[in-house]
Ligand binder design. Structure first.
Ligand code: CNA
Length: 259
């Protein structure tokens, strides 16, 4: 399970931190309150602030870091059952984790849907408009095309419910870079069997780790997520492999960007 904290080392700020880039850039749109940017009713009224944020977060501006590549390595070794992420930055896919191994619980910019006729689009089709700061419109019905990001007031994607079959068969749960404050995602931490270890890699204690509801086999590695992941990779003897994988994939991505 992962959240915004795994992407801060890639340079993506927390939305709410005072002085952080994202919300500061949104001031000009006079949002009634910060969360309005992710409220579906507000989006229908004024989609521009959301598209300003989309421009910033659209895949391509940021690179995955060691935490993302660690999960990719888990997959390459046949050890990943699934990655449940709250992030919408697409860095998991960029690190090469196959989409079928991901549950992007709060959606993705990889696909989009017309808010009027429900026609489906590939996220890349919206890129030129989003980069120009134009609200993308459906050529068929002229409705606004919305990236498939889950807004407040919208249901989570159906594949979120995969947790019902995934969590009971997991034999380790790693929780990284999340405050475990957003429901229903946060409650997944309680969905593994009681005999299963839960490893928290985070700056601070969160969720059941903070409320005194820890299980005897829970472990918390507090501090920076990249340092925590490095420690785990070291203990597994995977550090060299992890660094090689990261260098290889980053190299390939840079070459692709240059083409
Ligand atoms: P959050 O509530 O902002 O919590 C982040 C957690 O990560 C906190 O406990 C921090 O202490 C911790 N943290 C931050 N940086 C580090 C670091 N370098 N090392 C270790 N720990 C760190 O974020 P959540 O994901 O829990 O909140 C849910 C929201 C925020 C979701 O709906 C996300 O979509 C949304 N969000 C996403 C992104 C993104 O896609 N990158 C960015 C900002 C917010």
């Amino acid at each position: 399970m992962a959240g915004a904290g795994i992407s801060t080392p890639s340079g993506i700020p927390d939305f709410r931190s005072p002085g952080s880039g994202l919300y500061d850039n949104l001031q000009q749109y006079n949002l009634p309150y910060a969360e309005a940017i992710f409220e579906i009713n507000y989006f229908h009224h004024n989609p521009k602030p959301f598209f300003a944020l989309a421009k910033e977060l659209y895949p391509g501006n940021y690179q995955p870091n060691l935490s993302h590549y660690f999960i990719r390595l888990l997959h390459d070794k046949g050890q990943l059952l699934r990655m449940y992420t709250q992030n919408i930055d697409g860095l998991e896919r960029m690190a090469g984790i196959p989409p079928k191994m991901l549950v992007e619980a709060h959606g993705t910019f990889a696909t989009a849907t017309c808010t009027m006729c429900r026609k489906e689009y590939n996220g890349e089709e919206l890129r030129p408009d989003i980069m120009e700061g134009t609200v993308p419109k459906c050529p068929t019905c002229k409705g606004v095309i919305k990236p498939d990001i889950v807004f407040f007031g919208e249901e989570l994607p159906p594949h979120f419910f995969r947790y019902l079959t995934d969590f009971p068969v997991a034999d380790l749960l790693i929780i990284m870079g999340t405050s475990l404050e957003v429901e229903p995602f946060a409650s997944l931490a309680g969905a593994v069997r009681g005999s299963v270890s839960r490893l928290l890699i985070n700056r601070d204690l969160v969720g059941p780790f903070a409320w005194g509801l820890q299980r005897h086999n829970d472990i918390a590695e507090l501090g920076d997520v990249v340092s925590g992941v490095k420690k785990l990779a070291d203990a597994l003897g995977w550090m060299q492999e992890l660094e090689d994988l990261m260098a290889r994939t980053t190299d390939r991505a840079l070459k692709k960007n240059e083409e």
